[in-house]
Design a protein around this ligand. Structure first.
Ligand SMILES: *[C@@H]1O[C@H](CO)[C@@H](O)[C@H](O)[C@H]1NC(C)=O
Ligand SMILES: *[C@@H]1O[C@H](CO)[C@@H](O)[C@H](O)[C@H]1NC(C)=O
Ligand SMILES: *[C@@H]1O[C@H](CO)[C@@H](O)[C@H](O)[C@H]1NC(C)=O
Ligand SMILES: *[C@@H]1O[C@H](CO)[C@@H](O)[C@H](O)[C@H]1NC(C)=O
Ligand SMILES: *[C@@H]1O[C@H](CO)[C@@H](O)[C@H](O)[C@H]1NC(C)=O
Ligand SMILES: *[C@@H]1O[C@H](CO)[C@@H](O)[C@H](O)[C@H]1NC(C)=O
Ligand SMILES: *[C@@H]1O[C@H](CO)[C@@H](O)[C@H](O)[C@H]1NC(C)=O
Ligand SMILES: *[C@@H]1O[C@H](CO)[C@@H](O)[C@H](O)[C@H]1NC(C)=O
Ligand SMILES: *[C@@H]1O[C@H](CO)[C@@H](O)[C@H](O)[C@H]1NC(C)=O
Ligand SMILES: *[C@@H]1O[C@H](CO)[C@@H](O)[C@H](O)[C@H]1NC(C)=O
Ligand SMILES: *[C@@H]1O[C@H](CO)[C@@H](O)[C@H](O)[C@H]1NC(C)=O
Ligand SMILES: *[C@@H]1O[C@H](CO)[C@@H](O)[C@H](O)[C@H]1NC(C)=O
Length: 433
């Protein structure tokens, strides 16, 4: 399955993943295997489906009027809910929001193309709104036991160009998210995974790109939020924001076998944005990632201990919580600005303010190990920054078997501030050196 993310423009992208077994019907649910890291428990069994519902598109159904396949798609989900497979094997146009949070025991085979219209005025008024980071969604899935797959052919095109161009003129636009899994128990996949448990995401290509001078904005690969027990694996992400990020209350998550290009790294956070909330990120294992052309490789970003404006439509800081038991293991860096970044002053460029208001988020029991590769020239010879707002806010953070180098060949330097350097087997220097 390929996703041209929220803000994505159509490019012919043939997924080379998930090859089709010639003897099997293409519509059958693929057998996904997780690993090598596995959660401590099996996900619930997902019984075989015994009904199929093909979705005709407007053209083939002879449907007149508005060019919108949403009503037919909704109808198919109602007909095939509780034990069926919905088949989207044609080219569809989505011109209105689709709320599929009532699903139970249904498979979704997307072997055709789904394209969202770019009528921004319409979507701004009609998408599903979420308070978290002022976001909104066009399409949401929720319920229990849902498998969505593309068998190496499916394409979801968010038609993002119009959005990037509009963002350039009006930065407070709500940030749309193509697909949201909201409140799903046991399922395979998606872009924002919220209020969900037991989710496996595997073999997905995400490509985000802008063809105008306006950059693609907020095109995260995968975000988890208020979710537990999630595995994201064996996928490619080409974007300009986080490749995978663990938002507030993400617990027991494994990310492995990822290839990311041009992103902001595999990120914890940002956390502590909202003063009234308590954010937890705990038990995260990031294994075997290849990260290229990114601002960061492994990243933990939390806001300072006071609320201040960040950018138009976005302010933050002062929220409390903790990050605990996070491991980054086997991580290749190619041309990333920082191989590791810990930042407790996110969204605030005035260091005086950060020094005065240490973060309310404590970071502990973090391991960075088995990392190699070469950074970009941007901060050469510095290759990473581990900057805590006070020694009480960062506990038991270790780094070892790190052989990241800088392009100039000078001894690589790591900025370490308020860290227990006895646990860091890297060449620590102070920020002003
Ligand atoms: C998650 O659940 C909460 C509480 O039911 C709800 O307010 C929120 O809209 C849901 N989805 C997201 C993305 O936060
Ligand atoms: C990946 O993203 C970059 C930068 O946005 C873009 O130039 C490039 O064309 C994208 N590649 C693909 C395959 O989409
Ligand atoms: C690491 O991930 C790559 C795919 O990106 C995969 O080919 C390789 O087998 C994985 N290695 C391990 C040790 O899991
Ligand atoms: C990776 O990202 C770089 C920089 O954004 C871009 O130039 C390049 O085309 C991307 N590579 C692929 C395979 O998309
Ligand atoms: C996270 O979980 C804690 C503990 O259950 C809860 O108190 C807090 O409100 C949750 N925070 C968010 C942002 O959902
Ligand atoms: C730390 O997280 C890993 C990966 O999620 C998990 O396997 C392990 O049990 C956790 N350790 C503790 C002490 O909870
Ligand atoms: C990183 O970017 C360079 C230059 O833009 C490009 O040649 C290279 O293919 C990119 N790496 C990956 C893995 O896409
Ligand atoms: C969301 O957007 C509104 C309107 O632009 C703004 O007033 C508000 O501060 C934003 N919320 C956050 C959390 O950034
Ligand atoms: C940083 O914040 C301090 C304290 O609020 C203020 O005195 C100072 O002018 C600020 N510096 C800049 C560059 O804005
Ligand atoms: C957050 O930290 C600030 C100082 O950095 C402190 O004044 C405030 O009481 C803390 N708030 C919470 C909820 O812990
Ligand atoms: C430090 O963190 C690691 C990784 O979570 C954990 O295994 C270890 O027990 C912690 N050490 C202490 C002294 O808490
Ligand atoms: C150190 O990391 C490298 C990858 O850079 C890995 O090949 C090697 O096995 C690791 N060594 C140990 C002792 O784990």
């Amino acid at each position: 399955m390929a996703i041209l993310s929220t803000f994505a423009l159509f490019v012919a992208l043939l997924s080379f993943l998930d090859p089709i077994d010639a003897h099997k019907t293409i519509l059958e649910r693929p057998k996904l295997h997780w690993g090598p890291k596995t959660p401590g428990h099996q996900f619930p069994h997902s019984p075989k489906r015994h009904k199929t519902c093909y979705v005709p598109n407007c053209l083939s159904s002879g449907h007149h009027g508005k060019n919108d396949d949403t009503p037919e798609i909704l109808k198919a989900f109602k007909n095939c809910n509780k034990g069926g497979t919905v088949i989207l094997n044609e080219e569809y146009t989505i011109a209105s929001p689709l709320d599929l949070t009532f699903l139970e025991a249904v498979d979704v085979a997307i072997t055709g193309t789904i394209k969202f219209t770019n009528d921004i005025d319409y979507w701004v008024k009609n998408s599903f709104k979420y308070d978290f980071q002022n976001s909104s969604a066009f399409w949401r899935f929720g319920g229990k036991d849902v498998n969505i797959y593309g068998r190496g052919q499916g394409l979801i095109d968010g038609n993002g160009q119009a959005w990037y161009d509009a963002f350039a003129a009006e930065p407070t636009l709500l940030r749309p998210i193509l697909l949201v899994l909201d409140g799903l128990e046991h399922g395979s996949w998606f872009n924002l995974i919220a209020n969900s448990t037991d989710i496996l995401v595997s073999d997905i290509d995400i490509a985000v790109k802008s063809e105008s001078k306006n950059p693609a904005k907020n095109g995260d690969g995968w975000d988890t939020f208020r979710s537990d027990s999630v595995v994201i694996q064996d996928s490619h992400v080409n974007n300009s924001d986080d490749c995978v990020s663990f938002k507030p209350n993400s617990t027991n998550i494994i990310v492995q076998g990822m290839q990311c290009n041009g992103s902001h790294g595999i990120s914890v956070g940002s956390l502590g944005q909202y003063p009234a909330e308590y954010d937890i990120v705990e038990n995260i294992y990031v294994y075997n990632v290849s990260m290229s052309n990114a601002s960061d490789g492994a990243r933990i970003k939390v806001w300072p201990g006071t609320n201040t404006p960040f950018e138009p439509g976005l302010s933050g800081g002062g929220g409390a919580g903790y990050v605990k038991n996070v491991t980054y293991d086997t991580f290749y860096n190619s041309n990333n600005d920082w191989a590791i970044e810990i930042n407790q002053c996110y969204g605030q460029s005035n260091q005086t303010i950060c020094d005065k208001y240490p973060s309310n988020i404590t970071i502990s029991d973090v391991i960075f190990k088995n990392m190699w590769g070469t950074t970009s020239t941007k901060y050469d010879p510095k290759v990473g920054t581990l900057t805590c707002s006070s020694t009480e806010k960062c506990l038991n953070i270790s780094a070892y078997n790190i052989s990241v180098i800088d392009p100039s060949g000078k001894t690589p330097q790591w900025i370490c501030t308020n860290m227990d350097e006895s646990l860091l087997d890297i060449n620590c220097v102070s920020a002003n050196s």
